[in-house]
Design a protein. Structure first.
Length: 580
């Protein structure tokens, strides 16, 4: 059999890291090195900020100088606009790490002459690149170069010349362009000659702003094809990759405390698995936030870090309220073990909240995360959208081995697995807190609906909030049902009273038995005394008889000695014998 010649493996294209959080992960290594990339989108989608961060991160993080050539914003305006992101372009330009050049294009002149080429731009751009040894170049925006040009043949030729010039200089370039009505750009040509095309989108859904990014094409490289939400804040741009949904993550068998000893006991004296997801659901006022705070408190007491996302109450409210049940969360905040992230759900879209959560987790690196409550997110998305967001979040946290606890508001008193925003089927443990109304009062009952991998209690416990913390007590089962609260206390008091009366009756009988025992023992002692007296009299007779015998024997011996007789030979009479 002939041996097949082994073909050489294809060489992957070289890539340049952008330094933009999340983008390098989506592009599997960054933008194509030495090739142009087109960033397109509508006005306000973030094209300029995206490209300026590409230049700044290259200069600061990777030691690659960059040229930013603007056709729309002047250099001073650009420096002022990006200062809010913490980028000091003036300093970087002074250190010759970047170069900012503004070129004014007069459309009227282009229309009047009818002739147009980019030779002057090439000369100016070539000088800017060589002056600082630039490795990165940004042209913002390309429409200003060709806005007055109507000859499509010249337009196509000049665009190709521009892209070939950038390739010949060996620089990694970003060219920004405004989106057209029926194409990615107004000219409709740039996306065809670009090696990589990234589309930025800024949309409004239900009066909520959402920014998304999509890689339209990437020649010579595999890339993510989904829409990815991204966030612009005071630290720049953050892109959220859709995490892998493959069920092959590592799991831990280590258990951590829930913060409530009685609950740990219900969970097989263990607590929750590290890296697991927990849902605490219930109607309003049942103590869901208190359970979450107890979990946060236990985490911090173990000298571990907890990140608390509050979508309903402010951090000061939570700290004040928890102080009334014996938990000092402010101490953990001061010790840097606990950090709050408070935000109204309507501030961002679901994707933006997910990006913000990811960013906060990457920055703080917690061991546990709390979201309280997830039901508030329903105001900015449907149940299915919220569930999708939480699936992605749970997936991300499981990869990081971070334990997460969600709280959810149940809108009715019926235990229904379709409530709680559908997340109950996703989590590893589900605690259900229900109102128990009886005897004219409202109490709380806690169930463990499920706890994967644990032998947990299936009994209901009364959930009690005291000034010393949270506790679970056994309910009182009677023929009339479950008793809680004052009814349980009254029945326990009645039971205790009966036990006391029974103990007293038993005690009386015990005392009577003791008295009878003492009388019997007294009689036994009397009989024993009589017996000992009789025995002593009898022994006295025996002693006297023995003494008499001894005295008599001694007397006979003395008499014998006096007579010199042998008491052993009897005395015979002396008579004469006659012969017959």
């Amino acid at each position: 059999m002939a041996k097949l010649n082994k073909q050489p493996s294809p060489v992957a294209i070289s890539k340049t890291l952008t330094g933009i959080a999340g983008l390098d992960e989506i592009t599997l290594g960054g933008l194509p090195s030495g090739r142009p990339t087109l960033i397109c989108g509508e006005a306000g989608s973030g094209k300029t900020l995206f490209s300026i961060e590409f230049i700044v991160r290259g200069a600061l993080d990777y030691g690659e100088p960059g040229v930013f050539m603007a056709f729309e914003e002047k250099a001073d305006e650009l420096k002022t606009n990006v200062a809010s992101l913490g980028f000091d372009l003036e300093k970087l330009e002074h250190e010759k790490k970047i170069r900012i050049d503004y070129i004014h294009i007069d459309r009227a002149e282009i229309e009047e002459t009818g002739e147009y080429d980019l030779e002057g731009l090439f000369i100016r751009l070539n000088y800017a690149i060589d002056s600082i040894g630039a490795k990165r170049v940004v042209l913002d925006t390309i429409e200003n170069l060709f806005s007055g040009l109507k000859n499509e043949g010249i337009l196509r030729a000049e665009i190709r010349r521009l892209f070939q010039f950038l390739k010949s200089k060996g620089v990694t370039a970003i060219i920004t362009g405004e989106r057209g009505e029926k194409s990615l750009t107004r000219q409709g040509l740039e996306e065809y000659v670009s090696d990589c095309v990234i589309l930025l989108d800024h949309r409004i859904i239900n009066q909520i702003s959402t920014r998304r990014l999509r890689i339209v094409k990437y020649r010579g490289s595999v890339h993510g094809t989904n829409e990815y939400p991204f966030l612009i804040d005071d630290e720049g741009i953050s892109v959220l990759p859709i995490t892998s949904l493959e069920l092959n993550k590592e799991v831990s068998s280590e258990s951590i405390s829930s913060g409530v000893k009685a609950l740990d006991k219900m969970l097989g004296n263990a607590g929750f698995y590290r890296g697991s997801s927990i849902l605490a659901s219930g109607t309003a006022g049942t103590g869901k936030t208190s359970i979450a705070a107890s979990f946060a408190n236990a985490t911090c007491l173990r000298k571990e870090k907890c990140l608390f996302f509050a979508f309903e109450e402010s951090p000061k409210q939570i700290i004040r309220n928890m102080r009334s049940i014996g938990m000092d969360l402010q101490k953990h905040v001061d010790d840097k073990y606990l950090q709050f992230y408070a935000s109204r759900p309507t501030l961002f879209g679901l994707e933006m909240h997910l990006v913000a959560i990811h960013k906060a987790i990457h920055k703080f690196k917690p061991d546990a995360v709390i979201l309280d409550p997830i039901t508030n997110l329903i105001t900015i998305g449907s149940v299915s959208e919220v569930k999708t967001m939480l699936v992605r979040l749970i997936d991300f946290l499981q990869i990081q081995q971070i334990t997460v606890m969600f709280t959810a508001l149940t809108l009715n008193n019926v235990v229904n697995e379709q409530t709680d925003e559908g997340v109950s089927s996703l989590v590893d443990a589900w605690l259900q807190i229900r109102d128990i109304e009886n005897n004219g009062e409202r109490n709380r009952g806690l169930y463990i609906m499920k706890s994967r991998g644990m032998k947990h209690s299936n009994q209901i416990r009364e959930f009690v909030i005291t000034d010393k913390g949270l506790d679970l007590v056994d309910v009182f089962l009677t023929e009339d049902g479950v008793l809680t609260g004052s009814a349980r206390e009254a029945r326990l008091l009645l039971q205790q009273t009966g036990e006391i009366i029974h103990e007293q009756a038993v005690s009386r009988k015990d005392r009577e038995l003791i008295r009878k025992r003492k009388v019997l023992e007294s009689k036994i002692d009397s009989l024993r005394s009589e017996y000992e007296s009789a025995e002593e009299e009898l022994n006295k007779v025996y002693v006297e008889e023995a003494l008499k015998k001894q005295i008599m024997g001694d007397t006979i011996s003395k008499i014998t000695d006096l007579r010199r007789a042998d008491i052993s030979t009897p005395v015979k009479s002396k008579t004469k014998k006659t012969n017959k």
